[in-house]
Design a protein around this ligand. Structure first.
Ligand code: HEC
Ligand code: HEC
Length: 484
């Protein structure tokens, strides 16, 4: 009965849960569980709602009908239950090692390993947080930009876009709970999590490494771990003293443009290139297995919906009302991950230190995804027929669109937006209140973005609510530098 109520509310409040459920089986499971749990709260709230009338005595005697019930209606509570609890991490059939414990252990080692990163183009000037001196090698690991409590970057200064071997164009996303998304990165550049490390390691502004360096790293430091997990053992010719070691140059990756001169990669035998690509995909799959463990649950918001009325303040409860109603936030920040897995143009301004003048978002990111041999439909995917990219093509409407960001952990991941344009949650709320900004030429401002007319009190309440979404810290063992 409560589930039916929740579905009705969902439609009424434009919460978009239908779209999220269609994209992601995990979300649908969460909605069912939440709907079931809604009964308790909804009942309490209904009692509270009638408290002013004849049933006052009964409602007053029900602890569950106290603060939450007097502030939130039964419909609002049912809608809130669609956003909690966080379900299990959705399966990733494109990565056969996604839930392999040994792969996650190896992934953690690789995640913390700095040794394979290339020379810094930007060195430490005493104030920019760079990881070493210009030209220095081996100083950047994945963790270098994902070390904050929320799993994003608080090292690079001034803290809006990230500095690896050089400055990149965007604000680091948190790795915590990132495995709940259907699309990875602000512009949806990846359709699986395991394919991200492959592009990141070779990106000249992030880690400036090459796939041949990664293959040698695995052979030299992690050979036993790798061979125990993956069906094809590492090629013994990767050994520096192998008779035919020249088959696998120490460094090399595909040349950037067809017109560039051939490099060590192009001179390799095609079969050996295939061998290295397979090793490289497995590097990504091990890291993907590790990333899936970085889950944070049990935020005050979840505890509130699980029945602990005191877990969030009255201000936060009022903010939840604004989130679901007047603010229309749940129209996009829907489902247990507070994200609809869709892309929207909000017109976030391209301003701030080192922020590029233009970022077309999904329009810029999609071509690289479609062309990647490591996408979900490619030869290295363990489910190339999954169909996720079917029919997906570049369209002008994608100009300036970015993926809806999860709001879980939001209190721990300032600054905000894709280039860290907003330093506080209050600034983000003001941005929405005035109806967003100007989208790039050719793009279209999302229809849900318009001026909201929030009062000062409503804005403060909304910020208080957003701060109830920070969950438990990650287990310390997952943050150990286990690299060799
Ligand atoms: C120089 C800093 C830097 C380094 C080093 C770095 N990242 Fe990131 N990470 C970022 C930035 C910036 C983004 C957002 C990029 C974008 O959307 O274009 C990001 C995005 C991500 C995401 C996407 C999360 C989401 O919400 O979709 C994951 C996962 C991630 N990084 C994992 C890694 C892994 C694994 C490595 C190592 C192979 C790594 N990062 C190395 C800065 C960094
Ligand atoms: C039309 C869909 C949509 C609506 C409605 C919407 N958001 Fe967003 N939200 C997004 C997208 C997309 C982003 C990422 C935008 C970017 O960086 O360019 C985002 C980003 C954010 C961020 C920053 C996240 C981060 O980690 O940087 C916060 C906070 C946020 N939204 C809160 C809200 C609140 C509060 C409301 C209601 C007042 C709201 N959103 C309404 C789609 C939406």
């Amino acid at each position: 009965m409560s589930l039916r109520g929740a579905v009705l509310v969902c439609g009424a409040l434009l919460c978009g849960c239908g779209a999220a459920g269609g994209d992601d089986g995990g979300t649908a499971g969460g909605a069912t569980a939440g709907g079931g749990a809604a009964g308790g709260h909804a009942g309490g709230a209904a009692g509270g709602a009638t408290a002013g009338g004849a049933a006052g005595g009964t409602a007053g005697g029900t602890a569950g009908g106290s603060a939450g019930g007097s502030i939130l209606t039964a419909q609002e509570l049912a809608a809130a239950h669609l956003q909690s609890p966080l379900p299990a991490v959705p399966a990733d059939p494109t990565n056969a090692f996604a839930d392999n414990a040994a792969a996650a252990t190896l992934g953690q080692r690789l995640y913390f390993d700095r040794s394979y990163s290339g020379a810094l183009a930007v060195g430490n000037d005493g104030g920019n947080g760079a990881t070493g001196d210009a030209g220095q090698r081996g100083t950047v690991s994945c963790f270098s930009c994902h070390a904050s409590a929320g799993g994003d970057d608080n090292r690079s200064l001034p803290n809006n876009v990230s500095l690896g071997t050089d400055y990149g164009p965007r604000n680091a996303l948190p790795v915590t709970n990132a495995s709940f998304y259907a699309w990875t990165n602000w512009g949806g550049r990846f359709d699986t999590q395991w394919s991200l490390p492959l592009a990141v390691a070779e990106n000249v502004r992030i880690m400036r490494s090459t796939r041949l360096e990664v293959a040698h790293l695995l052979f030299e430091k992690y050979r036993a771990d790798y061979d125990a997990i993956f069906p094809v053992p590492l090629d013994p010719s990767l050994a520096g003293d192998a008779g035919d070691a020249s088959r696998f140059p120490l460094a090399g990756k595909p040349k950037a443009a067809a017109t560039d001169p051939d490099g060590p990669w192009e001179t390799m035998d095609a079969g050996d290139r295939g061998t290295v690509n397979r090793i490289y995909a497995n590097y990504g799959k091990a890291i993907g297995a590790y990333l899936r463990k970085l889950v944070s649950r049990n935020a005050p918001f979840d505890r509130f919906l699980a029945g602990d009325d005191a877990a969030i303040s009255d201000a936060a409860k009022r903010g939840l009302k604004v989130f679901l109603g007047k603010g229309q936030c749940a129209g996009c920040h829907s489902g247990p991950n507070f994200a609809d897995d869709q892309f929207h143009a909000l017109g976030v301004q391209q301003t701030g230190p080192r922020v590029p003048a233009v970022d077309l978002g999904r329009y810029a990111d999609l071509p690289a995804l479609l062309a990647s041999p490591f996408n979900s439909a490619g030869a290295f995917s363990d489910r190339p027929d999954a169909g996720k990219l079917d029919g997906l093509a570049l369209a002008p409407a994608m100009m300036g669109q970015f993926r809806t960001k999860s709001l879980r952990g939001i209190g721990q991941s300032a600054p905000y937006m894709h280039a860290g344009q907003n330093s506080s949650l209050e600034q983000v709320i003001d941005f929405y209140d005035v109806g967003g900004g100007a989208v790039p030429d050719g793009g279209t401002l999302d229809a849900r973005i318009h001026s909201l007319g929030l009062s000062t009190a409503e804005k403060a309440d909304l910020a208080a609510f957003l701060r109830t979404l920070d969950g438990d810290p990650l287990p310390a063992a997952l943050l150990d530098d286990t690299s060799r």
